[in-house]
Ligand binder design. Sequence first.
Ligand code: AMP
Length: 191
Amino acid sequence: MLNLILFGPPGSGKGTQAAKLIEKYNLFHISTGDMFRYELSNNTELGQLARSYMDKGQLVPDSVTISMLQKRVEDNPNVKGFIFDGFPRTTAQAEALDTFLSESGQSIAGLIELVVNEDEIVKRILLRGASSGRADDNDEAIIRNRFEEYRNKTTPVGIHYAALGKAHKIEGVGSIEEIFDKLCETIDSLQ
Ligand code: AMP
């Protein structure tokens, strides 16, 4: 199995690149943000809980996020591998992911970070907000809060995988194709 973490701040292009990567490498895409938005649009209990955090640009608590993610992985035992997009976002999530993958003899092959600075992020997300309809994409204060959560809670995830020799960085500014080519180069070097 080829299990990859697509890493980087909100708005760094993870979703766009994940859509292209799953086609090329025949992997299964898991975006916890998309999963929460699905729950939200169906007005489930989980969706309502998630909304109270998402609307403020805060992370949803680990316990809820980890069990939702784990179930999605366990429900798809026959895939060629996963692209994790927007997960893990805390060290606790990374440790839980490593543990339950190892229980089935699996592991993370690599974490690839799309590096994009904060001002570029804010610009991109506000632009996306004009068409995405996402409440958390339309307010600069919420966007900056999401970046702050990333800086404080998510950056350590990169350090966690760097310590395992599994972290790779790519400049996330450029054309979609240029960035995709760099990602593929890195992924091919992992196999
Ligand atoms: P995203 O679409 O990945 O930017 O996620 C949108 C929002 O969903 C985030 O701002 C969080 O509130 C929530 N979320 C998504 N993934 C996670 C995660 N792994 N841990 C905690 N909260 C998450």
